[in-house]
Each structure stands twice: as structure tokens, then as C-alpha cells.
Design a binder for this molecule. Structure first.
Ligand code: SAM
Length: 333
């Protein structure tokens, strides 16, 4: 399915460049796919304990008052390494199931391995670009834990999700709120910017619209309306998260992911000389986040809830009205 290509070099690390060969990916999502299947996959894996536990903290908060019911068929969008899909399968119980989809083959391979090891039977995984997807199954509930912010065209992708839901089916997605309320990422970016701007030229793939693309409440509401959802509600979730085993670990993380991490990654080996100075400035500027048992920071997300209309697919309804409406009126008059 995937071909392993050359080793691309990043500062202090190399990553495996994997080319997708058989998965249908929207052309405008190819770069993001390469990023999530290459450098971001490897960073995600290296920092898995921290990034997944923080994602889970926000995901769990979103599930408290808006969870799948026993017997539900659940879709997990951008499921990554799959722990949330396993959790959703457990919530759906033996009469329900969960299907995790992700555009990165290596994420799905990891998810399948973990689920098999845990012997979870009512979970399945598939490599899918949600924006290019034609879901053939129908779901009662769709969940996304930071899995919907990277689509080049979120309206098209979320319309696909809405069409995969039964009438009345529910969406629950967790997305980052604005950078200013996620100080560990914002502060790291501000410090890194004292040394570097985003390079004009780079070879490395980027993650497209990026983690804060759904931070604005009006924007995300409009996206969902255009995707055909209704009853859209946003619930703010503020949580203290553990960003590393210690301050050094937390600084390694922000030098790898998020806005500062992306700029550093795009510069790659070209900034090796100033890397130690940036790291020293981050250690200094983030020192207040260190505690005895790790580094901690405030973080903020939206739990975004929406419902697929009870009367069914609004696109199909509009098309039916358009074709039947005027003709019906004239023939009846
Ligand atoms: C920030 S990670 C979150 C992973 C997981 N949900 C978690 O909480 O651990 C975002 C995920 O979205 C996936 N993704 C990005 N674009 C996608 C697309 N167009 N279709 C499906 N998945 C996508 C990435 O491959 C990645 O695994």
C-alpha cells in the first residue's frame, strides 16, 4: 500500500518518507498526508505518552455529557493511533462498534496492532481521507479528537461525515481554542520568533491549515452549517495538562510540534547553529511551567456538538425540491 522512500533529514533526526500509492486522497490534502505519515507520525510516536494523554484528557471531558449510547455505531475521525476508537467501542458495547479512520497509513497500522493486542473485537480501522471519503456505512455518532483541523476543505470533509450519519446522528469534535489560551504553544512560538521567521522556501511537508484552524467559534459554526449540520453548540474546556516529564522534555516537545516546532522543522539543518540558543531561551521562558513531577501548562479546547438533520440529507432534499418544485407547481396549476 505504501512505498518507503528516501530518508529525509531533519535537524537532529531523520524520518521515513512514505508515499501513498493506493489511498484516494484529495490533491490539496497530499502534503498534509505526507506530513502525518512522515515527520509528524514519528514525532507523535516519540512523544506518544504526552500528546495522547493530553488529547485524551480533552477527549474524555467532551465525552462526559455527550457520549455514544450502547449499541451505537461510531465513527472516529482522524483517529491517529486508535486509543479513542477502542474507548468508543467500549462505550458502544458488544451490540455497537467503532470504526477509526485516518489518512496516515502508519497511524492506522499502529492502531490495528494496538487493538489486536488488546483483543478488542468491535473496533475496525481504515485508511481514509475524510475529505475524499464515500462512506458506505451509516453511523449513529461521530467523534473527533483533534482530527478535523487539518482538512484543506473542512466543509467538504464534514459534509461527508454528516452524510455518513443517520438522521438525528450526533457529532462531537474536540478542537483547539485560540493560541493565546494555549500559552505553552503560543509562548514557544513567540520565543522562537525572536530568532526565526517561517522560511520562504522549504522541502518538508506541512500539516496544512494547522491545529488552530477551528479555534474561532464563528468560523467553526459556519463550517458546520455549510456542511449541513444543525443544533451546533460549542462548550469551552479549560484543562491543566502535563506537557512533559520535566521542563527539558516539554521544550523538546514544543521544538517538535505546534507552531514553533513547525518553523524549526521547516528550517531543518539550516538552523543547527542557533538551535541551542533557541532551546536555552525556551528553557528560560517556560521555566515557570516546571513542577516536581513534570511540566504543566494551561490548555483550552472547544467541544463542538452538532446534529445531522432529522429530516435527512439537506443536500438531497434541496435537489429534490429544485427538481420537483417548479414542475410540480406548473403541472398542478
Ligand atoms: C492531532 S492528530 C490526532 C490523532 C488522534 N485523534 C488523537 O487524539 O490522538 C490528527 C490526526 O488527523 C489525521 N488527519 C489529518 N488529515 C486527515 C484527513 N484528511 N482525513 C483523515 N485523517 C486526517 C492525521 O493523520 C492525524 O492522525
Amino acid at each position: 500500500m505504501a512505498r518507503v522512500g528516501q530518508l529525509a533529514s531533519l535537524a537532529n533526526r531523520t524520518y521515513t518518507r512514505v508515499e501513498m500509492t493506493e489511498v484516494s486522497v484529495a490533491p490539496e490534502n497530499l502534503e498534509t498526508t505526507e506530513a502525518w505519515n512522515g515527520p509528524l507520525f514519528e514525532i507523535w510516536q516519540d512523544f506518544q505518552a504526552v500528546v495522547v494523554s493530553n488529547a485524551k484528557a480533552h477527549g474524555d471531558a467532551a465525552l462526559v455529557d455527550h457520549h455514544p449510547e450502547p449499541g451505537d455505531r461510531v465513527l472516529d475521525i482522524g483517529c491517529g493511533l486508535g486509543d479513542s476508537a477502542v474507548q468508543l467501542a467500549e462505550l458502544a458495547g458488544p451490540k455497537g462498534d467503532a470504526h477509526g479512520v485516518d489518512v496516515a497509513e502508519r497511524m492506522i497500522a499502529g492502531a490495528r496492532e494496538d487493538a489486536a493486542r488488546a483483543r478488542v473485537e468491535n473496533v475496525s480501522f481504515e485508511v481514509v481521507d475524510v475529505q475524499a471519503a464515500r462512506f458506505t456505512d451509516t453511523y449513529d455518532y461521530a467523534f473527533a479528537r483533534f482530527g478535523t483541523m487539518f482538512f484543506a476543505n473542512p466543509v467538504v470533509a464534514l459534509r461527508n461525515v454528516r452524510q455518513a450519519l443517520r438522521p438525528g446522528g450526533r457529532l462531537n469534535m474536540v478542537v483547539w481554542r485560540r493560541k493565546l489560551d494555549n500559552d505553552w504553544l503560543h509562548r514557544a512560538e513567540t520565543i522562537a520568533e525572536q530568532f526565526l521567521e517561517r522560511p520562504e522556501q522549504y522541502d518538508d511537508p506541512t500539516c496544512g491549515p494547522g491545529p488552530f484552524s477551528m479555534a474561532d467559534a464563528d468560523t467553526v459554526t459556519d463550517v458546520l452549517k455549510h456542511a449541513g449540520f444543525e443544533d451546533i453548540q460549542l462548550k469551552r474546556q479549560d484543562l491543566l495538562i502535563r506537557t512533559g516529564d520535566n521542563l527539558e522534555h516539554a521544550v523538546d516537545l514544543v521544538m517538535s510540534i505546534g507552531p514553533a516546532g513547525e518553523v524549526l522543522r521547516l528550517w531543518g539543518d539550516r538552523v543547527n547553529e542557533i538551535r541551542p540558543r533557541i532551546r536555552a531561551a525556551l528553557l528560560d521562558g517556560m521555566a515557570d511551567m516546571a513542577r516536581d513531577d513534570g511540566a504543566y501548562a494551561d490548555s483550552s479546547t472547544w467541544a463542538v456538538r452538532a446534529v445531522a438533520p432529522e429530516y435527512g440529507d439537506p443536500d438531497r432534499l434541496a435537489a429534490l425540491l429544485k427538481s420537483a418544485g417548479p414542475a410540480g407547481l406548473t403541472s398542478g396549476s
